[in-house]
Design a protein around this ligand. Structure first.
Ligand code: NDP
Length: 495
């Protein structure tokens, strides 16, 4: 075998799968094997959870002050910065995204650790000066399992690990089975630091095999998950027995509402960026464009023409603007959606096929795809395709635009494009979505809470919200004046 098997990190040690199983990791741009990693089992997960439990209940971690934890997070951030190019290249090779996107993810990951290092040193609790002397303190919850998908492997790892550790919890972390490489590298870097054994644990393996244990084990206090809604529902059901705290960041079918007063060229570029960034494999992808009928013809003409010029290729190659989708299985899922769209009567304005010419045929490339003539009940309009596929619909009034925008089960994000400030705010307030962009798309900041309405989940990653969601709230009421209860007559008689 040409590769050393990359191991899991449990209780401060690099370990093989107890069943001695491994998995080949592929580059989705070439179909080549780029690494072999341990394939964890339920027993490995139990070992990791046990180690985490011990580290939280008995280890030195609980005595780490906010300052100590912040210092560790800053060191992690610096290590990410020092290995920025290497991490970005690894991400591109494993996930397929163009290098410039991977570099941006690495920067965001590093910034997340820096941000939470700062935030945890601010005051999180509350104090009251009233007739009851009381304080409210935020305490770590305990053992957190953290499960992330394959579209932003490193960035999601940072979004989960940074607030979890900042708040004083311990983690059992699982990357997606197809894209574990940047997380393994992150754990290699973290293992250089003085983090007590069991505080950060990395388990590898298939969610369908180890997911139940990660989300139902009685020693787990919180589950934080990013991924598909179907899996999110299973996780929620699993967590009920022991009442785990749960944060779910799930899918989306985000609308991009375009009114007739916009600059069409600028808006078309945002619309393309909204859907084709990450080859559409972004939870907040702007996958439904709603355009006012007065500008529809010009808008769709320009959008189609520019979509056809997007440079698709291996993300490591200079100038590539869109990479492959992340795996062969996912490519077939996206192509099935496209076929369903055609069967249901939608018109392919452009794209719709796998790209197979030359070297493309070895990877999992799909043409940037635009559907028109769609009706609202079609599956391509309602379901999260999670690929480079967008639908374009028209509307004639603001009311209709809002109704269409809110007409799916999802509510993660959305955008409105108009130069009418009042209309922008009206539509924004009517949209059922956790994030709404006005005249822009896809900007995310670690300081701002991130999560969804409706079946896009609940709880928030990022911002102060996320840090608080990794804490329990404890109220302490104090009798600082040594006063008596004064409730039973016999006590007052004796005094
Ligand atoms: P999943 O939601 O199944 O995968 C996300 C993570 O959950 C992965 O680490 C996966 O592991 C893990 N997982 C899978 N099954 C379980 C389980 N039973 N218990 C606990 N964890 C589990 O997404 P898929 O990769 O299957 O993609 C399906 C669809 O979900 C996509 O087509 C897309 O629509 C949506 N999705 C949304 C994302 C988002 O960011 N909101 C991200 C990814 C997908 P493993 O990789 O081993 O399966």
């Amino acid at each position: 075998m040409p590769f050393n098997v990359k191991k899991m990190y449990i209780n401060g040690e690099w370990v093989n799968s107890q069943a001695d199983q491994s998995r080949e990791i592929l580059n989705p741009a070439t179909g080549e094997v780029i690494a072999v990693v341990a394939e964890g089992t339920v027993e490995d997960v139990k070992h990791a959870i046990h180690s985490a439990r011990k580290a939280f209940d008995e280890g030195p971690w609980r005595s780490f002050s906010a300052q100590d934890r912040a210092s560790l997070l800053l060191q992690i951030s610096s290590l990410i910065d020092e290995h920025k190019e290497e991490l970005a290249k690894l991400e591109t090779m494993n996930n397929g995204k163009p290098l410039r996107e991977a570099l941006s993810d690495v920067e965001t990951a590093s910034d997340a650790f820096r941000y939470y290092a700062g935030l945890v040193r601010t005051s999180l609790g509350e104090t009251f000066d009233s007739t009851i002397d009381s304080i409210v303190i935020q305490e770590p919850i305990g053992v957190c399992t953290q499960i992330v998908p394959w579209n932003f492997p490193l960035q999601m790892a940072a979004w989960k690990l940074a607030p979890c550790l900042a708040a004083g919890n311990v983690s059992v972390f699982k990357p997606a089975e197809t894209t574990p490489l940047s997380a393994i590298r992150l754990f290699e870097l973290m293992s250089e630091l003085d983090i007590p054994p069991g505080v950060v644990n990395l388990v590898l393996g298939a969610g369908r095999v180890i997911g139940n244990e990660l989300t139902s084990n009685e020693h787990v206090d919180k589950v934080s998950f990013t991924g598909g809604t179907v899996t999110g529902k299973k996780i929620m059901a699993n967590s009920i027995e022991t009442m785990k705290k749960v944060t779910l960041e799930l899918g989306g079918k985000s609308p991009v509402v375009v009114f007739s007063d916009v600059n069409i060229d600028t808006t078309v570029e945002y619309a393309l960026f909204g859907i084709f960034l990450g080859a559409g494999q972004v939870c907040s992808a702007g996958s439904r464009i709603l355009v006012h009928e007065d500008i529809y013809q010009e808008f769709i003409g320009k959008m189609t023409a520019h979509a056809e010029q997007i440079v698709v290729g291996n993300g490591l190659d200079e100038g590539v603007e869109m990479g492959p989708v992340a795996s062969e299985a996912h490519m077939h899922k996206v192509l099935d959606f496209i076929q369903t769209g055609e069967r249901e009567g939608a018109t392919l304005a452009t794209g719709g096929k796998r790209i197979v010419e030359g070297n493309y045929g070895k990877g999992y490339f799909i043409e940037p795809t635009i559907f028109t003539n769609v009706s609202n009940n079609m599956s391509v309009v309602q379901e999260e395709i999670f690929g480079p596929v967008v639908t374009v619909q028209t509307f004639s009034s603001e009311e209709e635009a809002v109704r269409l925008a809110n007409s799916t089960k999802y509510g993660l994000a959305g955008a409105v494009f108009t130069n009418d400030f009042s209309r922008a705010l009206r539509v924004t307030k009517s949209m059922k979505a956790g994030t709404v962009w006005i005249n822009k798309y896809h900007s995310v900041n670690n300081q701002l809470p991130w999560g969804g309405f409706k079946q896009s989940g609940f709880g928030r990653d990022l911002g102060k919200n996320s840090l608080l969601e990794y804490t329990e709230t404890k109220v302490v009421n104090m009798n600082i004046h040594s006063s008596a209860v004064g409730f039973y007559k016999s006590f007052s008689d004796n005094s």
